[in-house]
Design a protein around this ligand. Structure first.
Ligand code: HEC
Ligand code: HEC
Length: 290
């Protein structure tokens, strides 16, 4: 029974190769994920907690950056990924309630978490969209911090982070941009104040920190969303070529309702649930001058 023995040997080799592959993926991902960013220094901003500043912070957290999509409207946290193969990732409870982490953060540490994606313990935070948010101006950042500190404590404990076998393979293969801290220059300088609104410069700023570029691409010409599963729709081309059917009113309607000029709805990947609250111009005065 020579062929049976050959088959046995082939199977044994296959199992060995798979085991070595899985072991390598596990080892490489564990070592990359354990990298510490503790040497990156947080950058202090002056935070004023007047009501106009808090309102600007609320606007950024809900309509512009959409922190609430992951952290929930009360910032008490929520599951972002929950799949045995990919992993379990919860956005933290960023309040002072039971299970919340806010008490561990002073303003400089919050700055580092938001604009550099680094936790209070120096760990690279998973899925925090800091690569986009790194360009947030000091005055908007201060307003966001004032808003977060104004929220009621929420008692909610999130499950621990876990990366499953497929999640690890995708991460090691560069298909899952999990830790933005690894892509952000530690010594990056930040703008002091947001551009005046409404101007094209302000639009570009809001599109950057608000993630339009993150999904629609650096040239806004659309394509597959980085790190997305294969069944997700690609982002649309939103350059003038792609938006020929749109005038300004139609564009505003899309952002407010998700309805295209032809009356069809865009896929819910397009975050119109949040962009609906964008305002025609900037809403409040500058936080640092308040
Ligand atoms: C795409 C989802 C997502 C968005 C949007 C998001 N976060 Fe997070 N955030 C997370 C996840 C997931 C974690 C936990 C990561 C970890 O523990 O590795 C986190 C962690 C944090 C932490 C650190 C908490 C801790 O456990 O130490 C802070 C602070 C934070 N986020 C604030 C914000 C703010 C402010 C915004 C909006 C500017 C925001 N996040 C937007 C997903 C998100
Ligand atoms: C999370 C990813 C994501 C973000 C962030 C995002 N979009 Fe989209 N957007 C999409 C996807 C996906 C589509 C295509 C949906 C479809 O095909 O039904 C889309 C469609 C659109 C359309 C409709 C285009 C058409 O073909 O009719 C416009 C306009 C648009 N987005 C503008 C924006 C703007 C402006 C921003 C920033 C405020 C933004 N998007 C942020 C994913 C995103």
């Amino acid at each position: 029974m020579k062929w049976l023995r050959r088959l046995g040997i082939a199977l044994a080799v296959l199992v060995l190769v798979l085991a070595i592959g899985a072991g390598t993926v596990y080892g490489v991902s564990a070592s990359r994920l354990s990298r510490s960013y503790a040497s990156v220094k947080g950058h202090a901003v002056t935070v004023h907690a007047d009501s106009a500043t808090i309102e600007r912070g609320r606007h950024i957290a809900t309509a512009v950056i959409k922190c609430v999509d992951c952290h929930r409207a009360d910032f008490g946290g929520g599951l972002v990924v929950d799949d045995p193969a990919i992993g379990t990732v919860a956005a933290s409870n960023v309040t002072t309630g039971a299970g919340g982490v806010l008490a561990r953060y002073d303003d400089a540490l919050l700055e580092r978490a938001i604009r550099h994606g680094i936790g209070h313990d120096g760990r690279g935070l998973w899925i925090m969209p800091s690569y986009e948010v790194q360009g947030l101006a000091d005055d908007d950042l201060a307003a966001l911090i004032a808003y977060i500190r104004s929220l009621k404590p929420v008692d909610r404990t999130m499950p621990p982070l876990r990366l499953g076998p497929v999640g690890r393979a995708l991460y090691v293969g560069g298909k899952l941009p999990l830790v933005d801290a690894s892509r952000i220059a530690p010594d990056i300088t930040h703008p002091v104040s947001m551009p005046a609104a409404p101007t094209a410069e302000y639009g570009k700023y809001a599109a950057r920190v608000g993630g339009c570029f993150g999904c629609h691409g650096e040239t806004l010409s659309g394509g597959p969303i980085p790190g997305s599963p294969p069944d997700w729709k690609p982002a649309a081309n939103i350059t003038p070529t792609g938006l020929q059917a749109y005038d300004e009113a139609a564009f505003v309607k899309l952002l407010k309702t998700g309805t295209r000029p032809a009356g069809t709805m865009v896929d819910s990947l397009m975050p119109y649930r949040f962009t609906k609250d964008l305002t025609p111009s900037r809403r409040s005065r500058r936080a640092t001058n308040a």
